[in-house]
Write a protein that binds this ligand. Structure first.
Ligand code: PMT
Length: 398
C-alpha cells in the first residue's frame, strides 16, 4: 500500500447509513500512511459524530463552508489545494446530483469544485434509488467528467432490500484509491531527475547554495516510479527520504551533478532538471577555513557548466529533456528564453518569489512552456503537479 504513504487524502462523508463505515475507511487510510482530512455534510453528522472521525484521522473535521475558525486556518480553497485526491464515501444520491449540478452551497461540494485533485465517489444508497434513471444519468455524467466511480456493491441493505447500492467494502475502496496512483503511463521508460540544491564550497566549513529543499524533484521521482518508469534521482544535499524503488545518487556540487548527469542521461528516455544548480562557484575554494580579518573581502566566482543544456545536446540525447525555470520576475518570458537557449522540449516555469509555492513549499503552481505555447496548471501539491506533468510528457515519449 506504498502508493498512499504521505499522500494527502480528503475523505468526504455524506449523510447515509453507510456513513458509519467511513470510520473504518479513515482508519485504513491512516494505516496505509496517508494524511487524512475529513469533510462531513450536515446529514453525515446525524449518522456519525465528527469527534469519531477526528480521533481516527488525527485532524479537525470540517463541516461548515462558512466557518470563521476554519476559514482562518484552512479555508475551502486551502483544503482543495492540499488534496492529492478527494474521495467521497459514502456518496449519497443527493451528493451525486449536487456534484452534477456543480452546487457550491456546502463545504463538500465546494471543495469538489475547487480542487485540482482527482475526485472519486463511492456511492451508497437503497437499490431502488441506485437503479433510478436520475441516478444512472448522474453517474454517467460524473464518469464523463473523469470522476472515478468506486462500487457500489450488491447484497443485503440496511433497509432490508437486497440489490446493488451497498457501499463497497472499505478495504476495496482503499485498494482502488491506491490503484489510481499506480498508472503504467511510463512503463518501461527510463527517467532521470535532478533535485535539490548544490553546494559550492568556499572553504572547508562554508558554501554558497540556495533554498531548494528537493521536494519538487523527489515528488517527480515518486510519480514517475508510480507511473511504471525506471527512475534515477540525482540529488543535491536534502533532508528527504528516497521514494520507494527509486535509485538515488547523492552529489554535493554542480560539477559533481554534471558528471553524474552526463553518465546517467545516456540511458534515459526522459530527463527532468528540477535541481537548483548553482550558476557560479567560488573560483578558489580555500583548503583552510578563511579567517576573519579585513572588513570587506571579495569573492571571485567561476561560471558552472550547464547540466541540462549539456544533456539536451548529447549525441545520445534523451527523447525528452525538460527543464524548470525558477524566476522572480517576467517568469514566462525567461522560461521561453531557456526553452530555446538550452534546446529543451519543455520548461516548467515557477515563480520562486512567492512564499506559498516554489522553494521548500509542499505546493507549487507552474506553467508548462513548449514550442507550441503554454499550459497553466492550477496550484496544487507538488505530488499532484508531478502526476499532471508526467501525463503531459508521456504522449511525447511514444
Ligand atoms: O526543491 P524545492 O524546494 O521543491 O523547490 C523546487 C524548485 C523551485 C527548486 C523547482 O521547482 C525549480 O524551479 N527548479 C529549477 C531551479 C533552477 O535552477 O532554475 P533556473 O531557472 O536557474 O535553471 C533553469 C534550468 O537549468 C533548470 O532546469 C536547472 O536545473 C538547469 N540548470 C541550471 C544551472 C546549471 N548550471 N545547470 C542546469 O542544468
Amino acid at each position: 500500500m506504498g502508493h498512499l504513504f504521505n499522500r494527502n487524502i480528503i475523505v468526504g462523508v455524506s449523510g447515509g447509513i453507510a456513513a458509519y463505515k467511513s470510520a473504518e475507511l479513515v482508519r485504513l487510510l491512516r494505516k496505509a500512511g496517508a494524511r487524512v482530512k475529513v469533510i462531513m455534510t450536515r446529514g453525515a453528522t446525524e449518522f456519525i459524530t465528527p469527534l469519531t472521525l477526528q480521533a481516527l484521522s488525527g485532524e479537525a473535521v470540517h463541516t461548515e463552508l462558512l466557518d470563521e475558525a476554519a476559514e482562518a486556518g484552512m479555508g475551502h480553497i486551502e483544503l482543495a489545494r492540499w488534496a492529492d485526491a478527494l474521495l467521497i464515501a459514502p456518496a449519497t444520491a443527493d451528493v451525486l446530483a449536487r456534484l452534477v449540478a456543480g452546487r457550491a452551497d456546502d463545504l463538500l461540494c465546494t471543495v469538489a469544485l475547487a480542487t485540482p485533485a482527482p475526485v472519486m465517489v463511492a456511492p451508497a444508497m437503497n437499490q431502488q434509488m441506485w437503479a433510478n434513471a436520475s441516478t444512472t444519468s448522474n453517474i454517467k455524467t460524473l464518469a464523463s467528467r473523469s470522476i472515478t466511480i468506486i462500487g457500489p456493491d450488491a447484497g443485503e441493505q440496511a433497509c432490508g432490500d437486497i440489490g446493488q447500492g451497498r457501499l463497497l467494502d472499505p478495504e476495496l475502496i482503499v485498494t482502488q484509491l491506491a490503484g489510481h496512483f499506480d498508472s503504467q503511463l511510463l512503463a518501461g521508460r527510463r527517467v532521470v531527475i535532478t533535485a535539490g540544491p548544490t553546494r559550492e564550497a568556499l572553504d572547508p566549513v562554508r558554501y554558497l547554495s540556495n533554498h531548494s529543499s528537493g521536494k519538487m524533484g523527489f515528488a517527480l521521482a515518486r510519480a514517475a516510479r508510480e507511473a511504471g518508469a525506471n527512475v534515477t534521482l540525482i540529488s543535491g544535499p536534502v533532508n528527504l527520504p528516497t521514494p520507494e524503488n527509486v535509485d538515488r545518487i547523492d552529489v554535493i556540487s554542480a560539477l559533481e551533478m554534471y558528471a553524474v548527469a552526463e553518465k546517467e542521461a545516456a540511458h534515459a528516455d526522459l530527463f527532468i532538471g528540477a535541481a537548483a544548480i548553482a550558476d557560479y562557484r567560488p573560483s578558489d575554494a580555500s583548503c583552510q577555513k578563511i579567517k576573519k580579518s579585513d572588513d570587506e573581502i571579495s569573492l571571485a566566482l567561476t561560471k558552472n557548466p550547464d547540466v541540462i543544456a549539456m544533456v539536451a545536446n548529447l549525441e545520445a540525447r534523451p527523447k525528452l529533456v525538460v527543464g524548470f525555470a525558477a524566476e522572480t520576475e517576467s517568469v514566462l518570458e525567461h522560461a521561453q528564453g531557456k526553452l530555446i537557449k538550452k534546446n529543451l522540449n519543455f520548461v516548467i516555469a515557477n515563480d520562486v518569489s512567492r512564499g506559498d509555492i516554489g522553494f521548500n513549499s509542499d505546493s507549487n503552481c507552474v506553467s508548462v512552456v513548449d514550442r507550441s505555447g503554454l499550459t497553466d496548471l492550477p496550484i496544487g501539491s507538488k505530488q499532484l503537479i508531478s502526476q499532471q506533468l508526467l501525463e503531459i510528457f508521456a504522449p511525447h515519449l511514444t
